[in-house]
Design a protein around this ligand. Sequence first.
Ligand SMILES: Cc1cc2nc3c(=O)[nH]c(=O)nc-3n(C[C@H](O)[C@H](O)[C@H](O)COP(=O)(O)O)c2cc1C
Length: 239
Amino acid sequence: MICVGNRTCFLVVKPASKLNNMLYLKNEGILSEKRVIKIMILFYSRFGNTAKMAEEIAYGAKEISGISVAMRRIADDVPMEVVSQNPAWSKVVEDLNDRYPTTPIENLVNELPQYAAIIFGSPTRFGNMAAPMKALWDGTSSLWVNGSLVGKVGAVFTSAASVHGGQESTAISMMFPMLHHGMIIVGVPYSVPELTESGSPYGPSRIVGMLANKEIEEADIKVARALGRRVAEIAGKLV
Ligand SMILES: Cc1cc2nc3c(=O)[nH]c(=O)nc-3n(C[C@H](O)[C@H](O)[C@H](O)COP(=O)(O)O)c2cc1C
């Protein structure tokens, strides 16, 4: 504890050189200026499967202290008139809208630089990221020009209908723009035992079946949470 004058004291919880790691106690009140590492999980999901993965990744990230997670969802490009012709699909979309209202791409682009780490999730579409996720990247020229994402930690995840449906190529396709932006990409190491059953070193992935209604499995959850924890730990070290 270091005191300046007779009423203001600092409780030093990390090396003194890291001023932003201090907890400030002032007078009888507490100014909680503890450092928080901000992570955004940014996903697109048509039927909710990628959203479920985003939740598990968030769960893992929040296991690390000092982490805050913002969930952001990119809107679908299918009009509601089309969705509403299918009651089951409408229900999924209503549920997604309730839990994760969509954010316009322009707002997301403006928000991205605030985060130390960004984890991107998209369903597999013909072995590639889905168009709404690509549209987001295509809107980031200003960030690229200004180097706004250089040095930020990044990671990816995906879901696909079939066993070898292009999960790995989709994960890698999402990494191309991240590398152009100078992000530091984090994958899942084989020290996560469940990686032999689910996902890949490029990022968590899961198989959802042709009707996109397969339940998430335990191994999928373990790998997703492991990525969340890993991104949080690495972001904490780099920031
Ligand atoms: C246009 C389109 C292309 C798709 N391409 C693939 C594919 O290449 N491989 C695959 O396994 N699944 C493919 N799928 C299935 C989706 O990956 C699957 O529905 C998705 O992972 C479900 O995620 P969501 O619930 O988050 O939307 C495709 C689906 C659509 C609509």
